[in-house]
Design a protein around this ligand. Sequence first.
Ligand SMILES: Cc1cc2nc3c(=O)[nH]c(=O)nc-3n(C[C@H](O)[C@H](O)[C@H](O)COP(=O)(O)OP(=O)(O)OC[C@H]3O[C@@H](n4cnc5c(N)ncnc54)[C@H](O)[C@@H]3O)c2cc1C
Length: 466
Amino acid sequence: MVDLTRRFDVLVIGGGNAALCAAISARRAGASVLVLEGAPKFYRGGNTRHTRNMRCAHDAATEILTGPYTEEEFWKDLLLVTGGQTDEELARFMIHESKDILNWIVEQGVRWQPSLGGTLSLGRTNSFFLGGGRAMLNALYRTAEELGVDILYDAEVIDLNIEDGMFLSAQLKQPVGGKTEVRASTLVAAAGGFEANIEWLKQYWGEAADNFLIRGTPFNRGAILKMLLAKGVQEIGDPTQCHAVAIDARAPKFDGGIITRHDSVVFGIVVNKHAERFYDEGEDIWPKRYAIWGRLVAAQPDQIAYIIFDSTVVTSFMPTLFPPIAGATIAELAGKLELDAAALEKTITEFNAAVQPGTFDHTILDDCRTEGITPPKTHWARKIETAPYLAYPVRPGITFTYLGTRVNKQARMLMKDGKPAANMFAAGEIMAGNVLGKGYAAGMGMTIGSVFGRVAGREAARNARN
Ligand SMILES: Cc1cc2nc3c(=O)[nH]c(=O)nc-3n(C[C@H](O)[C@H](O)[C@H](O)COP(=O)(O)OP(=O)(O)OC[C@H]3O[C@@H](n4cnc5c(N)ncnc54)[C@H](O)[C@@H]3O)c2cc1C
């Protein structure tokens, strides 16, 4: 039974990777810590439950990583995917700290495993959690509990009492017990983005947001972010920017997780509901491009698209939860997809005619390309000509949003006047926009949460002592 009448040193709001890293780090620094997780225990851990890996810099191969991935290379990758829209000081700090996180996270009970082939080629850059995100979380929760961190589930924070950048208390709502005022000397906000709040998304995306599927937790509704911004915390990031991938249109509205994502784009073509191609499917290697396809589909009419391929490539990518829709002819496939058969036949005929001879290799930027069509397919272009013809219907799958709270290197929130908040820190998705102005490189969500979570916990504990 947690004693809610006491005043805690550190209150952590959230129950995912960022929250747990903060809680453990604060507790190890000697603070009393309360974690309030809005979700029921079974669903604890937000989007972190769905993760598989984390991107960390390292100077040499390890037992599970195939080669070095230097700080400079990580920085260059970040610059490339964000188009320079990143806070260089914070980003370089995060990258430097990520080196140490590889070992620190193991000290908290998490185990690594080598990368499995078949989806993104990440064996050199990303460490995979043995047992996936849930096993990772279970280890963090166990460690937190053993260290004496107090944890409440079904514990939604519905209000924050903040005066002049100073956190005073939080109002907690529980199914049993009702509303309670919780007091703490410092706050760590690690309550995710606002991706599960369709009404909020609609403010920027309009009605199109009704067709978005949310890949992760329904509990990340952005309530804490909204409260912090309303109480004078400086915001960072473009509200329309988010991590969004193409996922199966048959996936559930929330929590479909990783098994609904499609990694087959480079093996075929993608058409919209008019059976027309709209983007170069072979622009760059898939790990650098998979995260743009959610936005691309979002920009298409009715936010729907179809990945079309033929039977020769079916075993080239990881199978997904839903089987492909098949047709013995293009016309039959079009009928099943409710596309205009003549239009789809025309698109595929033109595409096939534009394919140039080359040597196919999906692990490099190969020379299989089209000539004379718009948009081109600049790599991995092969004719679609062997029945049965196959398709996956896809919609935008929103992973997480980038609008967040501005922080400094101590993970301390900055107020609108530029001054650091007295006792408020943030980690994870809720401040991801400091590093990710746009774009994404696989595994960075967990890097942001772990690095800034650990820092936030340590700094919050120090702040509480003073
Ligand atoms: C399908 C999928 C796969 C992914 N795979 C990867 C991957 O392999 N590698 C990677 O780096 N990233 C991945 N990501 C992104 C990654 O999940 C996030 O970047 C990361 O988990 C964010 O951690 P977090 O702690 O900030 O947020 P979360 O883990 O989402 O935790 C937020 C927590 O806040 C709680 N909360 C929200 N509002 C309140 C409130 N009012 N009161 C109390 N609690 C509240 C939620 O219940 C939740 O527990 C993936 C995401 C998805 C959806």
